[in-house]
Design a protein around this ligand. Structure first.
Ligand SMILES: NC(=O)c1ccc[n+]([C@@H]2O[C@H](COP(=O)([O-])OP(=O)(O)OC[C@H]3O[C@@H](n4cnc5c(N)ncnc54)[C@H](O)[C@@H]3O)[C@@H](O)[C@H]2O)c1
Length: 433
């Protein structure tokens, strides 16, 4: 196979996050700690995982970061926007994910990541009262102001390249409308201050117009709109979405493929969560929870294929609940009651109680998405990066068939994409590492 012509990762890579809350500050703190103290970036596939090349007998198994020309942690510069947090240190202290002993050695660097004023509209996130907000009221002007921020950041930090990963709050539920059909309609909508255009969509527009790849870590509509797909193709800039795959959905995409592999039936899957961070508070509003619910519910259907296996998965009750419970902060507890059936229809139950830390699971995903989106840009990609579905709860499809949800198939697709780009044979059977 011939390798792709991939531009080298020279110079600095700016990682911009709209949203400087729990996930973004934990991501930044982890990279700074890895850089300063050599602490392993656990959970990051780009940094920790190996990739087998050729046949098993060849014994070639380099680290992904030594194999694919991705930027190094030392190359990264951080930036972001937030309507509430002043800087990454304040954000980290407010969300309380990391302990003071871990923040102290990197506090001045965190404080140096100062949030730019956000494009924010409370109608989309009713529970938040933003104060650090841009003064422009017209949406076209807001887009231009974001593009000016991007260029200033690029120049001031001497960045060779930039990527953007949405780490902002989940916006209220919305269906696409006519204003999202084409780039021309969207631009007219920006000028007309169309009510159907949400803040996150203005960030995507500004990023793509500035040749900055964009990944969406939340479930709201943004990269998954026809106008954004069109813009990403015409500008030659990659996009990916949506919703970081962490916590309960990660467990679901681990377990469901296993049940299906053994042809065990599923009668119902009840998932409930308690969490007490700002994300939980935002999701306590029904219109914002609906956005999350849609994203979480799609997972099982795609994995289990009820149309192919009606007697096993044709009638599954799938329920997802999130309850805001302040005492837990960012330490979410997710319970799953899974009702399965086997030989001769006999019923069994599985219970999962996952005492997880949301931002600890999400932070390495932000890092990997940023590094791989930058790689995709240098490899000449545009449009949806379906090979990054591995990281996403409701992955966008690059074609007509729905995107894969099974974590292990997603892992193979990610590694095979890297193999192909680097001129190595794809691995066609399930691999172990
Ligand atoms: N933590 C996880 O495991 C996980 C998993 C999947 C998805 N997500 C999503 O990632 C996002 C971030 O999660 P979090 O736990 O950091 O939440 P958070 O509430 O701590 O941080 C979100 C930040 O976004 C800011 N914000 C809101 N609107 C904005 C705008 N228009 N522009 C810029 N900033 C804006 C808020 O002020 C807040 O500081 C949420 O949408 C969440 O649903 C998180």
């Amino acid at each position: 196979m011939t390798a792709r012509d991939i531009a080298p990762a020279t110079g600095k890579l700016g990682v911009l996050t709209p949203g400087l809350g729990a996930v973004a500050s934990t991501f930044i703190a982890g990279v700074l700690t890895a850089r300063q103290q050599g602490v392993a970036p656990l959970g990051s596939v780009s940094q920790m995982a190996h990739i087998r090349l050729g046949t098993r007998e060849e014994g070639r198994n380099p680290l992904i970061k030594d194999f694919a020309p991705i930027a190094t942690l030392d190359d990264i510069v951080f930036g972001g926007w937030d309507p509430i947090s002043a800087n990454a240190l304040e954000a980290a202290r407010t969300c309380g994910v990391l302990e003071e002993k871990d923040l102290a050695p990197i506090s001045s660097e965190l404080e140096g990541v100062v949030a730019m004023d956000a494009v924010f509209d409370q109608r989309w996130v009713s529970r938040l009262d933003g104060t650090r907000v841009k003064s422009e009221t017209n949406k076209w002007d807001q887009a231009m102001a974001l593009m000016a921020d991007i260029e200033n950041f690029r120049t001031e930090n001497d960045c060779d390249r930039l990527v953007m990963v949405w780490c902002g709050s989940t916006e209220a539920f919305q269906e696409p409308s006519a204003v999202h059909d084409t780039v021309a309609a969207f631009e007219q909508g920006l000028k007309d201050n169309d009510d159907n255009i949400s803040p996150s969509q203005i960030y995507v527009y500004a990023a793509l117009q500035s040749d900055v790849p964009f990944a969406n870590g939340a479930p709201n509509l943004s990269t998954d709109l026809p106008c954004m797909l069109e813009l990403s193709k015409t500008r030659g800039v990659p996009i990916a979405g949506k919703d970081f795959k962490t916590g309960q959905t990660l467990m679901k995409t681990l377990l469901a493929p296993g049940l299906k592999a053994r042809m065990l039936g599923l009668e119902g899957w009840y998932s409930t969560n308690i969490l007490g961070n700002r994300d939980g508070e935002v999701l306590d509003a029904p219109e914002n929870f609906k956005t999350k619910e849609e994203s979480k519910l799609g997972v099982l259907h795609k994995i289990l294929e009820p149309e192919v296996y009606p007697e096993l998965y044709g009638d599954v009750d799938h329920v997802v609940r999130i309850n805001y419970y302040p005492p837990r902060g960012d330490n979410k507890e997710g319970w799953d009651a899974v009702d399965i059936f086997g030989w001769m229809g006999y019923k069994m139950q599985i219970k999962i109680d996952f005492l997880c830390r949301d931002s600890i699971l999400a932070a390495p995903i932000v890092l990997d998405l940023a590094l791989f989106m930058d790689l995709a840009m240098r490899a000449g990609e545009s449009g949806v990066q379906e090979w990054l579905s591995f990281y996403l709860k409701a992955p966008q499809s690059a074609g007509d068939a729905p995107a894969e949800q099974d974590l292990f198939i997603q892992q193979t697709k990610l590694k095979n994409t890297l193999r192909e780009w680097m001129g190595e044979q794809p691995v066609t059977h399930s691999e172990v590492g």
